[in-house]
Write a protein that binds this ligand. Structure first.
Ligand code: 5GP
Ligand code: ZN
Length: 113
């Protein structure tokens, strides 16, 4: 069975997709940690930030540009937002397909828990 996010990218599993192109897909997180909580993923299965190599740098950088596009689309560009990518146990990663969380619509605190 393919990973959950690969299935979402392939439209085999339902998700509220807000953006997609040839290398990235973005969809609402199933558990909303903020008024706007969207995940941006590469179509390519990369386990996490630790597994990014030189050939994927452009695709990973593209995720940040996609996040900016979505922030404008969702109306949080002006107020601001936070991008989060978790790696491994101590990072709090629970899905092992690299993803960037876009969190916005409320004031974020620092440091994160
Ligand atoms: P992580 O903890 O790995 O940084 O983030 C994984 C995120 O994926 C979590 O916020 C979790 O709520 C979300 N998630 C897990 N399974 C699904 C799913 O099937 N659909 C959607 N839309 N989000 C999911
Ligand atoms: Zn995957």
């Amino acid at each position: 069975m393919a990973c959950v996010f690969c299935q979402i990218a392939a439209h085999e599993l339902d998700a509220r997709i807000v953006y997609e192109d040839e290398s990235a897909v973005a969809f609402y997180d199933i558990l909303q940690a903020a008024p706007v909580h969207i995940l941006v993923i590469p179509r390519q299965h990369i386990t996490g930030p630790l597994d990014v190599d030189g050939t994927q740098e452009q695709a990973i950088g593209h995720l940040i540009a996609v996040a900016a596009h979505i922030a404008r689309q969702e109306g949080i560009a002006e107020s601001g937002y936070r991008l989060v990518t978790n790696q491994g146990r101590d990072g709090g990663q629970s899905v092992f397909h690299l993803h960037v969380h876009i969190l916005g619509g409320r004031r974020m605190s620092w440091p994160p828990g």
